[in-house]
Design a binder for this molecule. Structure first.
Ligand code: M6R
Length: 592
């Protein structure tokens, strides 16, 4: 949530900061702002998208230091006044912040008595607090150490001291931030995407560290002011990977990358047999229960993963919603193992669970798309998704990649009879075939969803799990209230909501439940529902609207989900909505 980018160097950084912010816009997009420091200090901010703010920036300014911010509001509604950067009461410090401050009232009442604040944000308190603390310290460094002692909560901060044009400061606790290392410049950012055009060398921060950054060097300190030595790493991200290319939206691009992602996963994990870290496999084999922890779409991938792991290996698996697990932890087995599934590797709810798991001394695995992300660094093991950057807020290719990687893991700890390489290759080919159905699916999206207020997806078993993901995708970007329902459960209450023309979309891929789900389709049809069936060939009826080729029964989620992603995309397109940046959301949810 919220994106930060910073630059210090020789060149004019206006465009570097604004371009960087555009790459971070997926993290929050209700307002944005920049502070540009060169021949003076200039702050530009605006409500709405970055382009709105960009239009207000004076092109004549030369700035060799800049910080920028794109916001997802937590404290204070989206508005120009609440958008970052914020200045201290005496105009000395300019600051941008990602995170949530827990003791803002205490800080304001204790340290800022008599100081007028103009915004509703916790960030403005931090800017003024910094000034107060630095004034009573010998230098900015000691002021920052005092700051870290008293401020409670999550924060990634980029900070400029207007009395010193040779430095940029960064402070981090529980929100992501990395340094980009350049030649005669250095940068700061919430992730590598905002800096990759300028550099591919990065240094991560850990919690409760801060950095003093000049154009030629930087020093990272721990909270006691002791220098931290940390190696840099080279990112393999290609700046073309984050461009739209021929596509009108990232979501469509990412839907249509899924067959290549499955092939990429095979190429990364297969070398004359599947190759996964042996220590990790032993931990999994020796555990008495696997706990999968995740949020949103990653949780939905987790419940499909449970089915695959339990079927292949007979090992019991529980799947937990991260935000529930952390404060409502169930009784754990004697020897549990924990798998965190997170596209971004930064989700605060999942991270809070991982911290708890680490404190309890358990081993864990993070399955993530982002090498070097926080959950990857903090877990014992990491498996990468190799899906390439997922920019659209609605997750698509990460979901299929997560299921594919989980199936490889399940295979590696089991004796299950399956040629998984062949079956996943078949999945990739079958996904390619689904792409050719998109115009037909587009028409269905229009006829079923253009003016409905609500919608149901139903299924049983894996089809139910896909129904849940399909419903999340549809509501998230089209704002149609949608439920993913266990088909057999409808008659126990929810069927009361079925009335004339309510769309009910059924997913049917299993011969064991085919007839039962078809019975449920008939039940809702008799009550006026407008039904559509997505089925796989071997269980299809001629009248089914979308028929997909068969894949292995444990892998059907990887193909049945694709038409549902298209349905969401076209439903939102028909309604003229902002597909890649749906309202109220952000891609990387770094606050609890
Ligand atoms: O980065 P993560 O996989 O941890 O993110 C979890 C959820 O926030 C994410 O999947 C969210 O539900 C998506 N926007 C859904 O499309």
């Amino acid at each position: 949530m919220c994106g930060i980018v910073g630059y210090i160097g020789e060149n004019d950084c206006k465009d570097i900061i604004i371009d960087g912010l555009k790459k971070l816009e997926y993290r929050g997009y209700d307002s944005s702002g920049v502070a540009l420091i060169g021949d003076g200090e200039y702050v530009f901010k605006e409500k709405g998208r970055i382009v709105n703010m960009e239009q207000t920036v004076n092109r004549d300014i030369f700035a060799s230091i800049g910080i920028g911010h794109t916001r997802w509001a937590t404290h204070g509604r989206p508005s120009k006044i609440n958008s970052h950067p914020h200045m201290s009461y005496d105009n000395r410090f300019i600051l941008v912040h990602n995170g949530v401050i827990e003791n803002e009232v205490y800080l304001r009442d204790t340290y800022l008595k008599g100081i007028d604040l103009v915004s509703e944000t916790d960030t403005e308190i931090l800017a003024s607090l910094m000034s107060v603390l630095v004034k009573s310290s010998c230098c900015v460094k000691v002021g920052i150490m005092e700051f870290m002692k008293i401020v409670k909560g999550s924060y990634a901060l980029a900070l400029v001291d207007t009395l010193d044009n040779n430095r940029l400061y960064a402070i981090k606790n529980m929100s992501p931030m990395i340094i980009g290392v350049g030649d005669e410049f250095n940068m700061l950012g919430s992730d590598v995407s905002c800096m990759i055009k300028e550099t591919n060398e990065f240094v991560p921060f850990e919690d409760m560290e801060f950095a003093v950054i000049g154009k030629d060097d930087f020093i990272i300190y721990d909270k006691e002011g002791v220098v931290v030595n940390r190696d840099s790493y080279i990112s393999e991200l290609n700046s073309d990977d984050i461009e739209l290319g021929q596509y009108p939206h990232y979501m469509l691009k990412e839907i249509e990358e899924q067959s290549s992602v499955i092939r990429k996963i095979l190429s990364e994990y297969y070398d004359d047999g599947f190759v996964v870290d042996n220590d990790l496999l032993s931990e999994l084999e020796n555990s008495d229960r696997i706990n999968i922890i995740a949020a949103g779409t990653s949780y939905h991938a987790g419940i499909v993963g449970k089915k695959i792991i339990e079927t292949m290996s007979n090992k019991p698996v529980d799947v937990h919603i991260a935000s529930e697990f952390v404060y409502n932890t169930p009784v754990l087995s004697d020897n549990p193992f924990f798998i965190f599934i997170t596209q971004s590797g930064e989700t605060a709810d999942s991270r809070a669970c991982l911290k708890k798991i680490n404190q309890l001394g358990y081993k864990s695995l993070t399955i993530t798309n982002v090498a070097g992300s926080t959950l990857s660094r903090e877990a014992t093991y990491t498996l990468l998704l190799h899906a390439g950057p997922e920019i659209a807020v609605a997750s698509t290719k990460a979901y299929t990649a997560q299921i594919a990687v989980l199936s490889i893991l399940a295979f590696c700890i089991s004796d299950y009879e399956i040629d998984l390489y062949k079956e996943l290759s078949k999945v990739a080919n079958t996904i390619d075939e689904v792409y050719s159905l998109k115009n037909k699916i587009k028409d269905y999206a229009e006829s079923y969803l253009s003016d409905t207020r609500n919608c149901f997806y139903i299924g049983r078993g894996i089809d139910y799990y896909v129904a849940m993901e399909a419903a999340l995708k549809l509501k998230e970007i089209s704002y149609i209230q949608t439920e993913g329902f266990a088909a057999g459960e409808l008659k126990h209450g929810t069927i009361a909501l079925i009335e004339d023309n309510v769309p009910v979309l059924a997913i049917i891929s299993s011969k064991d439940t085919n007839l039962n789900t078809r019975g449920n389709v008939k039940e809702v049809e008799s009550r006026g529902a407008n039904t559509l069936v997505i089925s796989t060939k071997s269980v299809s009826n001629e009248s089914d609207e979308i028929i997909l080729n068969d894949v292995h029964p444990l892998l059907t989620a990887l193909i049945t989900v694709i038409p549902t992603q298209y349905i969401s995309y076209y439903a939102a397109l028909n309604r003229g909505l902002d597909i890649d940046k749906p309202r109220n959301l952000a891609k990387s949810v770094t606050v609890e």
